[in-house]
Design a protein around this ligand. Structure first.
Ligand SMILES: [Cu+2]
Length: 126
């Protein structure tokens, strides 16, 4: 009886691990290109409002530790880096380093009203 329970628990654990790793691989393929340094050497503010970001493109250098802050002058918004699990809300910041050059699409991830779906921009890492 006891061994059956253990076997069941073991099987469930394996299934859970498989499910989590499969999920991680499909929804966050670019997380590996971004790391979270402890200290920033550069600051970037993404200014949001109803319903746009203040720039279409934000430029950062590859490997640079950038403190990215999201500020909002109207409405409550957030930034999500597409294809990653990284999000930053209004009035919050995160120190990130983009370790691979390229274009990272960002969009507002908080349902903020009628213009929400237009709130898109790019972080260009060079
Ligand atoms: Cu929004």
């Amino acid at each position: 009886m006891k061994s059956t329970k253990l076997l069941l628990a073991g099987t469930l654990t394996i299934m859970l691990v498989l499910a989590l790793s499969a999920c991680g691989a499909s929804s966050t393929p670019m997380n590996a290109n971004i790391s979270e340094p402890k200290e920033a050497t550069k600051e970037l503010t993404i200014q949001a409002s109803n319903w746009e970001f203040d720039q279409k493109e934000y430029h950062v250098k590859q490997g640079e530790a950038v403190k990215i802050s999201v500020a909002s002058s109207s409405g409550f918004h957030g930034v999500k880096i597409n294809d990653t699990s990284y999000t930053i809300k209004s009035n919050e910041s995160k120190i990130l380093s983009f370790d691979k050059a390229g274009t990272y699409e960002i969009h507002c991830n908080i349902a903020c009203g009628s213009g929400h779906t237009r709130m898109k921009a790019q972080i260009i890492v060079e």
